[in-house]
Design a protein around this ligand. Sequence first.
Ligand SMILES: NC(=O)c1ccc[n+]([C@@H]2O[C@H](COP(=O)([O-])OP(=O)(O)OC[C@H]3O[C@@H](n4cnc5c(N)ncnc54)[C@H](OP(=O)(O)O)[C@@H]3O)[C@@H](O)[C@H]2O)c1
Length: 258
Amino acid sequence: MLPQGLGRLYGGGLAINDGSVYANFVSSIDGVAAIEAGEAPSGGIISGRNQGDRFVMGLLRAFADAVLVGAGTVRAEGGRALWTPEFIFPAAADGYRELRRALKRASTPRLVIVTARGGLNPNDRALEVGAFVLTTEAAAARLRNTLPSATEVRAIATGNRIEVDAIFDALRSDGLQTILTEGGPHLFGQLVMADRIDELFLTVSPALAGRRGDQSFGLVQGVDFGRSPKPGRLLSVRRQESHLFLRYALKPASPGGG
Ligand SMILES: NC(=O)c1ccc[n+]([C@@H]2O[C@H](COP(=O)([O-])OP(=O)(O)OC[C@H]3O[C@@H](n4cnc5c(N)ncnc54)[C@H](OP(=O)(O)O)[C@@H]3O)[C@@H](O)[C@H]2O)c1
C-alpha cells in the first residue's frame, strides 16, 4: 500500500480508509499537548522536533483530502507553517507525492481553518498559498476583504459558534472526504464529543511538560466526558528510540469487520 521508501521509513504498511476522519497529535509523557495557554507552537516543542514524528505527520497528511485545524493552531505557528506533507518532512516529499498520485488525491491536501472571531493574519504563508476558512457571518465580510484571494472564506454559522455538523457539511459539499485533523485541543474536543473521530494517531514524546494553572492543555480542552470517558482501542504501537507512535480506533468496530 505504501510506496517502498515510505514503507521502509514507517517500518511497515499503512492504510487509511477513504472517507475516514483521523487525528494526529503529540503529547508529553504527562499528557500535555499545548503549552503557554495555546499560544506557543506546542507540537514541535513537545516532540523535540523529532524527525520520526515529523515523518509520520507528513505521511498522515499525504493520505488526506483536507487538513482541518482551529484558528488557534494556525495563530500559534506564527505565520511560517504550511500544512502539507512536504513542508513538515521534506526528505520524503517524493514518496508523499507518489502516495497521493496512487490514491488519486489532489497535489496537496486542502487546509481548512475553523474560526468564529476571524482572528487570522493575512500575511500567513498558508493563507497566501490558499486555504479554506469556515467562519461566522459576522467575521466573513471582514475576512473576505483582508485575506489573500487564494483563500476562500465561507460563512457557515449565524451565531458565534460553528456546529460540528456544519463543518462536515462544508467539507463534504466540496468533495473533501478523507479528513485529517491536527487539532488543536479545543477543536478536537468538539470533534470527539460529536463522535466524528474514527482514529487517533498519538505520538508520546519522552518528556515531561508540567502544568501550572490553566496554561497547559491536554489533547482535549474545553469539554469533558465526566464519568463516561470516551473509550479507545489500540490498533498499533511503533517505537523509534524513546518516542512511541500509537494508533487508536475511537469508534467501535462495525459488526463484521472494519
Ligand atoms: N500537540 C499537538 O499535536 C498539537 C496539535 C495541534 C495544536 N497544538 C497546539 O494547541 C495550541 C492551540 O490550542 P487551541 O485549542 O486553542 O487550538 P484550536 O482548537 O486549533 O483553536 C481554537 C480556535 O479555533 C476556533 N474554533 C474552534 N472551534 C470552533 C467552533 N466550533 N466554532 C468556531 N470557531 C472555532 C476558534 O478560533 P477564533 O478564536 O479565531 O474564533 C478557537 O479560538 C497551540 O499551542 C498549538 O501549537 C498542539
